[in-house]
Design a protein around this ligand. Structure first.
Ligand SMILES: [Zn+2]
Ligand SMILES: [Zn+2]
Length: 187
C-alpha cells in the first residue's frame, strides 16, 4: 500500500538559453507529491505517517522554498551573489530563519544561508524530480514522485525494495531497533 503526502514550494528560476519566455527569471508555486510504499504497519495501521514523510522531506526540501534556483553556468548566478554580498545578505540575514540542511549532490547544491540552489541541469519539473529522488531515496521508500509547477507537470514511478522497520506505536522508522520518537525498543 502507499502513503501519499504533498509539499508546496515557492521558488524563482529560469531556463537559461531556452528559446521561450521561461528564459526570463520568473516564479512558481510548485507542488511535490511523494508516494511511499511499504507493508501496512499493523501496530498503527499505516504505511508511514504522512506528517513524518513531510518532516523528512521538508528538512531538505525547504531549501527550495522562497529560494532562487539557478543552473551552475547561468551568468545570473555571480551577478546575484554580488548583489547579495554588497547588501550583506550573502552569508545570512536575521530574517532568513527557515533554513534547510545544506546538501550537495551530483545534481544540486543548496546554499541555505542565502536561499539559493545551484543545479547542474535546468530545473524543469522533470529535473526537480531527479533532484528530489536523489535527496530522499535513502530516507523514504519512494514509489512515485509527481511535481507540478504552473501548467507543467511530470511524474516518475520507482520500484521500492525491501521494507522499513517501523515503530508499532507511532509508525516512524526505527533506528537500530529503537524508535527515535517514543523510545519503543524492538525485542
Ligand atoms: Zn518556470
Ligand atoms: Zn515510536
Amino acid at each position: 500500500m502507499r502513503s501519499i503526502t504533498r509539499i508546496e514550494l515557492q521558488y524563482a528560476h529560469r531556463f537559461y538559453k531556452f528559446q521561450g519566455e521561461a528564459q526570463y527569471l520568473h516564479g512558481h508555486t510548485g507542488v511535490l507529491t511523494i508516494e511511499v510504499e511499504d507493508t501496512v504497519n499493523p501496530g498503527v495501521n499505516m504505511v508511514f505517517p504522512c506528517n513524518e514523510i513531510q518532516k523528512v522531506a521538508w528538512d531538505v526540501l525547504k531549501n527550495f522554498d522562497h529560494a532562487l534556483v539557478l543552473r551552475e553556468d547561468d551568468p545570473l548566478l555571480p551577478a546575484i551573489l554580488d548583489v547579495y554580498e554588497k547588501q550583506g545578505i550573502r552569508n545570512g540575514a536575521p530574517s532568513n530563519k527557515m533554513r534547510g540542511a545544506a546538501f550537495k549532490t551530483e545534481l544540486a547544491t543548496a546554499y541555505p544561508e542565502c536561499r539559493l540552489v545551484v543545479t547542474k541541469e535546468t530545473m524543469t519539473v522533470e529535473g526537480m524530480i531527479k533532484i528530489v529522488y536523489d535527496l530522499l531515496k535513502d530516507k523514504l521508500n519512494i514509489a512515485k514522485l509527481t511535481f507540478t509547477s504552473g501548467v507543467n507537470a511530470a511524474t516518475q514511478e520507482y520500484k521500492p525494495t525491501g521494507t522499513v522497520d517501523r515503530c508499532p506505536l507511532c509508525g516512524v522508522a526505527l533506528v537500530d531497533g529503537v524508535c527515535p520518537k517514543c523510545g519503543y525498543k524492538k525485542h
